[in-house]
Ligand binder design. Sequence first.
Ligand code: ADP
Length: 403
Amino acid sequence: MKILVLNCGSSSIKYKLFDLATNEVAANGVVDKIGLKGSAIKLERPDGQKVLLEGEILDHQTGIEYILGVMTSEKHGCLKDLEEISAVGHRVVHGGEKFNGSVLVTDEVVEMMEKCISLAPLHNPPNLKGIESMKELLPDVPQVAVFDTAFHQTMPDYAYMYGIPYSLYQKYSIRRYGFHGTSHRFVSEKACEFLNRDFKSQRIITCHLGNGASIAAITNGVSVDTSMGFTPVEGLIMGTRAGDLDLGAATYIMDNEHIGTASLNTLINKHSGVLGISGVSSDFRELEKAAYQDQNERAILALNMFTYRIKKYIGSYIAALGGVDVLVFTGGIGENDTQVRAMICDNMEYLGIKLNEEVNAKLRGKEAQIQEQNAKVKIVVIPTDEELMIARDTNDIVNELAN
Ligand code: ADP
């Protein structure tokens, strides 16, 4: 069973072809700069060799044609025939309140997805373009949509509502949705599998720390709270996003800098976070070099702020869950940054969180337990794999359909 996973952005399409029979990634690459100068398809061959093929790729459909062409080409291909693709899974950013799980794409589903466009005007349209193009190119192949927001649809209303007039929720569906759901679901399930524990009986806090960062509280196998909100700008301090911010400060900035909503949006999404604070970088490797080698005070401040905010969220989620059994780290920073993990877990022993510093200091990028031997809370690193989760959901839904 070969499943193609597509992640269509505004000017790029990431793709991965999974062979779920052998659990191998048969093809992996990205179409870049769609509709722009220098468009190309970059791929990694199964032998690890990287290939770049330039071409005039004006739209998403042409991009997908390139992907299918490369996968069946003699030189770089892995398929004899496109018929070997049994289903296509799409990452879709926003499912609003309409989707609480992955779904088979039908005309009705597309219609419902179109209604979610206003909630993610930059992300959902290219996701839909991918679905439409695939329908044109491989009309007989079933497609499945997997939403970033779906896993968090189990949040109770008192966790997802904002303290603004209720009429705005009714009129515009303004509420917290949460994102990174596919990753939080994948790593929380995987952590329980790894620890040989029942997912449905654990209280889990998952920290997805990458360029975008969010944290989730999970109990009885469902998400009950998460740090991102109506948009992915709420919550943790991120690479370039502000995270939680006093709205009064936002309106004050607009008044005094004489800027409108578009500029404020750019400011809080692209120029804030650890980049905005440090003035150095949004990349944690560079940030830490500046902090520890050059003693750059603002880089040190950014790291302190980043880890302090996460510590506060962990504390509040322990209160929300009535305790915690498993704490999971994932994402580029969560999986690799030993110093950040140590700073977050520092002085949390009274809550049962006690890192084994020696084990933590050596652990990068692989599944492992990193807590002290007799600590109450298991602390685990789980590399995330959102594409694999999408492939598995797609496989499950298509199999159900066949039975
Ligand atoms: P994205 O949200 O774009 O998927 P990633 O999950 O790839 O982001 O995470 C990117 C972040 O992970 C960057 O800040 C990068 O510096 C950090 N990172 C990656 N490897 C390491 C490492 N070995 N040590 C510290 N930080 C790392």
